[in-house]
Design a protein. Structure first.
Length: 366
């Protein structure tokens, strides 16, 4: 019997994941960002000194947990398959593009849903862009888009990323050699062991349930299948109840933590994420899960996200959070600066080029 062979079971997995996210929120992770895959990869890049933005440097154990949780459960249930060879450099590029779009918006699709559950109307606006990006990618899938076939490789190949991330975590804890923020989002985190254990469980659940934020909308568009969407809906409900109960629910555009109200760029940033996620075969979280169960192609996408985050911060492509006026400082609207706006437009053009040049040619009828 399959563990998640019914829609209600998938929804139940969303409830459990929601409770685990809630635990991280209560234990010290940043407000309105209990989990953000894009932000956590960016923090890890900072910890490894790939960028020098001091407020966002911390080697997040959650990233290790997602990948290793998927790896362990896939090995235990004999679903681990080491594969590689499906347009790795294109996937690397898609990972970088996905990261740039997410950092302009200030969050991955998971954080978008968490922000929605806290009443952040900016995230609801961004959902329009994300759904539009997924819809665009789905149109190209219907037209025959494919990055080619992945081939089975030696088992050790697919285990490289889980082992490497686990080793990096151990090195960081043992030596204290990584950069670590003393203020800002990077300084706010749950206790390391708690974060790691929670992420291991989420990684295992996400692997078994095939949880994917882009895939949930894609399946509705292409197959009228709402199974994956039930996971996201259940997560949203749990976090909404939590935010209302704890007084963290504020239905507004302004005053939201780590957010901005530059609506066009919220929409376009998440449009890039949705479009790139469909072409790559999964959202940022899904890429980590696929990498854990043996996909070297998704591991390459992760490396694209890691270096894309560093590139975005080193060259001022990221959005900035809005700040209210104080007695000494004027209000700051936030959002991306001109380099970030240009980068988003370039990313959209690049995605259309990738999509259009990877359409399978249909054989002419004889």
């Amino acid at each position: 019997m399959k563990l998640f062979d019914k829609t209600w079971k998938l929804a139940l997995s969303g409830v459990v994941i929601g409770l685990l996210v809630m635990l991280l929120a209560m234990s010290g992770n940043p407000a309105n960002m209990a989990i953000c895959v894009a932000c956590f990869i960016r923090d890890a890049a900072g910890a490894l000194k790939l960028h020098t933005a001091a407020p966002v440097q911390y080697f997040r154990p959650e990233i290790v947990g997602f990948v290793c949780g998927s790896f362990l459960i896939s090995v235990a249930t004999k679903e681990y398959r080491s594969t590689a060879g499906s347009a790795p450099m294109v996937r690397f590029l898609l990972g970088a593009v996905m990261m740039i779009g997410a950092l302009v918006f200030l969050g991955c699709p998971l954080r978008m849903v968490l922000r929605m559950s806290a009443g952040d109307l900016n995230a609801y606006v961004a959902l329009i862009g994300f759904a539009g990006g997924v819809a665009t990618g789905s149109c190209f899938l219907k037209k025959g888009f494919s990055l080619g076939r992945a081939y089975e490789t030696k088992s050790l190949s697919g285990a490289v990323l889980p082992v490497l991330l686990a080793a990096l975590l151990v090195i960081g804890v043992a030596t204290g050699a990584y950069a670590a923020s003393t203020e800002g989002p990077g300084s706010k985190h749950a206790p390391l062991l708690l974060a790691l254990v929670v992420a291991l469980v989420i990684g295992a659940l996400a692997q078994k349930s095939r949880m994917c934020f882009a895939g949930s909308i894609r399946d509705v568009i292409l197959m009228k299948n709402f199974d994956l969407l039930s996971i996201i809906a259940a997560l949203f409900v749990v976090m909404t109840v939590y935010n209302i109960a704890t007084g963290n629910f504020h239905l507004s555009f302004s005053g939201q933590p780590i957010a901005h109200s530059q609506h066009l760029w919220n929409i376009l940033g998440m449009y890039v994420v949705g479009f790139a996620a469909v072409l790559a075969g999964g959202c940022p979280l899904r890429q980590l899960i696929l990498a854990g169960q043996g996909s070297s192609d998704s591991a390459v996408t992760f490396l694209g996200m890691l270096l894309g985050a560093a590139f975005a911060h080193n060259f001022n492509l990221v959005g900035s959070a809005a700040k209210a006026a104080t007695a000494t400082d004027a209000a700051v609207p936030g959002g991306p600066a001109m380099p970030g706006k240009i980068a988003v437009i370039v990313c959209i053009v690049l995605l259309f080029v990738i999509a259009a040049t990877n359409l399978r040619r249909k054989k002419a009828a004889k």
